[in-house]
Structures are given as structure tokens and as C-alpha cells.
Design a protein around this ligand. Structure first.
Ligand SMILES: NC(=O)c1ccc[n+]([C@@H]2O[C@H](COP(=O)([O-])OP(=O)(O)OC[C@H]3O[C@@H](n4cnc5c(N)ncnc54)[C@H](O)[C@@H]3O)[C@@H](O)[C@H]2O)c1
Length: 317
């Protein structure tokens, strides 16, 4: 199978590349190396089945060429990370909505299957536990920049389903919940690599707010296996599906686990949101995936626990 991965030099994309190459696929990556890194995929360049194109997905003529050459497209390229989204709001919206439009238009022309990586952020400020795919989304005010990411990703889903509705373009939207593992950088606000790095350096582990907000962390290997199975699943076409690990942990518990796993003596220090982020920042207390749909479609069951995740992140730091 010939595969195009947008954002393939990123954290999730690079693991996806490795897995697809290992199973004998021919992989082309397009990445502008904005948050992705050459070192994530440099080792694959020795493999004849791998090709890297360094450019932006906003280059529509190039995307046409690349999409035409392949059988399927995994679309991962995106502005990612709370800090980056807050600091570069225009780029965030242009990359997410503009980029997905380019990808879907090229896929429509050549009738290629596309898997789009959306996000649990789409559920917004919803308070239901767990979140199921057909739940209402509850978005914050447009004056709060962080909501641009969720809304732009939601528009990507709308656009994908519009193509499915009008021309039966084979699209799949995957709402990834927090995905973690080796190669994820803490630079853009990702909590697990940041805690692990702080603990290993003996610096204070900085927990934002009261630390009682919780998240569910899925190992990137589990997530990538799900993406590959979903791409091969005909029943999921035209649908959105959650992929995540329902095991829930508060930030206070996470900081404590990180201390234990790393054997660190770091203190756990709480920092108010207004200090950590710009004023008016909003966060969600809980965000738990309902994985009934993905279980039914591909038998998905996360295999790796939080401790395995932390050990793997530690080894990769
Ligand atoms: N990691 C998570 O927890 C998580 C959760 C929900 C959704 N997602 C989604 O999964 C996808 C991959 O995220 P990730 O965590 O690997 O982040 P990442 O930042 O490591 O990967 C994104 C990649 O896209 C590339 N990119 C950005 N703009 C581009 C452009 N205009 N042209 C070409 N390449 C461009 C970046 O250089 C990077 O390599 C994203 O769509 C993200 O929204 C991730």
C-alpha cells in the first residue's frame, strides 16, 4: 500500500511511519518541520520505502501531486499544543482549516481514502463523563483563543463529512484524546513530558491550578495501532470515532506517579492558571473517552498502562 502521512515528522506521525514501514507499506511524509523534527524520521531515510518532502500542506499543487501518487492519506499535520495555539492564533486556524481543505480537495479529485486526526478538544467545555461521539459539543467564547483549535478541528470534521455526504469521499475522523509516549516534546505545553523532564532534572514539578483536573493518557503505540486498523475498516467511513485510554488520573496524582517512577526528590509546586497562561485561560476539569464505538469497530483495547507510558517517556527524555 502507498501511504501519504501529513505531519509525519511529528510525535504521532513518526511512530505511524515506523509501524507502516515495518508492515511493508511505502510511505511519503509531508512536513514543514514546524513542531516536527527531522530526527524523528531521519533514521527512516535509509529505507527505500520511505520518502520525506519538506513543505507545507498549504501548497495545494504539491499536495495534488502527492495525493495522486498514493492509495490512502493519514492527515496529521496541524498546529498542536496549548501554548502554540495561544501564541500563534492565525497560524493555528490557517493550518488546521486551510490545510484540511487542501487535503480533502485533492482526495476528492483522486478519490483517495483520508483519515483525519481530530481531537477530544472538540467536546469543549462539556461536562459529561465519558464523552461519546454524538454528544453535543460546548464551545467557549471566541474571545478565548484556546477555543480556536477545537472549533477549527470541528470544522475539519464538518468539512470531511460534507465530502462524504456529497460525493461519498471515503473519510474517517478520529478524535484522539491525550496521546503520549517517546518523542513528545514538552515545549508546547504537553504535561507528561514536562513533568518527567522536571522530575529528572530535580526541578519543581509545576502543576497548574489546584491539580484536581484530570486527564486520560493513551500510549502512542496503542493510538497508532488503532489508526492503522481504522484506516482498513469500511464500517467507519463517514463516521467520527474516539481513540483514547479511559484510565483517568488527576494532575496531582500524575505528578506523584512521575516522582515515584523517576525516583525524583522534586517538590510538587502549584501555579495559578493566570501565571501559567495568559489571563482568561479556560481549562476542562475532566475529559474521559467513551471507547464503545472504537471497540465495536476494531476491537480496540488500550494495552499500555500509565506506568508503562511514564517509563517509556523517561527512556526517551
Ligand atoms: N498528541 C496528542 O495528544 C493529540 C491529541 C489530540 C489530537 N492530536 C492530533 O494528532 C495530530 C498529530 O499531533 P502530534 O501530537 O503528533 O503533534 P506534532 O506537533 O508532533 O505533529 C504535527 C506535525 O504537523 C507538522 N505541521 C504543522 N503544520 C504543518 C504544515 N502547514 N505543513 C506540513 N506539516 C505541518 C508539524 O511540523 C508536526 O510534525 C494533530 O492533528 C493533532 O491535532 C494529538
Amino acid at each position: 500500500m502507498k501511504v501519504l502521512i501529513t505531519g509525519g515528522a511529528g510525535f504521532i506521525g513518526s511512530h505511524l511511519c515506523e509501524k507502516l514501514i515495518a508492515q511493508g507499506d511505502r510511505v511519503t511524509v509531508i512536513d514543514d518541520l514546524s513542531t516536527g523534527k527531522y530526527e524523528n524520521i531521519g533514521h527512516l531515510e535509509r529505507n527505500g520505502n520511505f520518502r520525506l518532502v519538506i513543505d507545507t500542506i498549504l501548497n495545494a499543487p504539491l499536495m495534488e501531486e502527492l495525493v495522486k501518487e498514493v492509495d490512502v492519506v493519514y492527515h496529521l499535520a496541524s498546529a498542536v499544543g496549548v501554548n502554540l495555539i495561544i501564541e500563534q492564533p492565525v497560524k493555528t486556524i490557517e493550518t488546521i482549516m486551510g490545510g484540511t481543505d487542501v487535503v480533502l480537495s485533492a482526495a476528492r479529485r483522486y478519490r483517495r481514502r483520508v483519515l483525519i486526526t481530530s481531537t477530544s478538544e472538540v467536546y469543549g467545555k462539556g461536562i459529561k463523563v465519558p464523552f461519546s461521539e454524538d454528544d453535543d459539543t460546548v464551545q467557549g467564547a471566541t474571545s478565548i483563543r484556546r477555543w480556536a483549535y477545537a472549533n477549527a478541528k470541528a470544522m475539519d470534521e464538518f468539512l470531511a463529512f460534507a465530502h462524504w455526504h456529497e460525493t461519498r469521499l471515503p473519510v474517517i475522523c478520529v478524535r484522539l484524546f491525550n496521546t503520549v509516549g517517546p518523542r513528545q516534546t514538552g515545549q508546547y505545553g504537553m504535561v507528561v513530558p514536562r513533568f518527567v523532564r522536571q522530575a529528572m532534572k530535580g526541578e519543581p514539578i509545576t502543576v497548574f491550578g489546584d491539580g484536581e483536573q484530570s486527564r486520560c493518557f493513551c500510549h502512542v503505540y496503542d493510538a497508532v495501532e488503532a489508526l492503522i486498523k481504522l484506516m482498513a475498516c469500511d464500517e467507519v467511513l463517514g463516521k467520527v470515532v474516539n481513540v483514547g485510554n479511559p484510565e483517568e488520573v488527576t494532575m496531582n496524582q500524575l505528578a506523584q506517579r512521575v516522582k515515584e517512577v523517576t525516583g525524583s526528590a522534586s517538590e510538587i509546586r502549584h501555579i495559578p492558571y493566570e501565571v501559567a497562561y495568559a489571563e482568561g485561560f479556560e481549562d476542562m476539569r475532566r475529559r474521559v473517552p467513551d471507547i464503545t464505538r472504537v471497540k465495536g469497530l476494531i476491537g480496540f483495547e488500550p494495552q499500555r498502562s500509565l506506568d508503562v507510558i511514564l517509563r517509556d517517556v523517561m527512556a526517551g527524555v
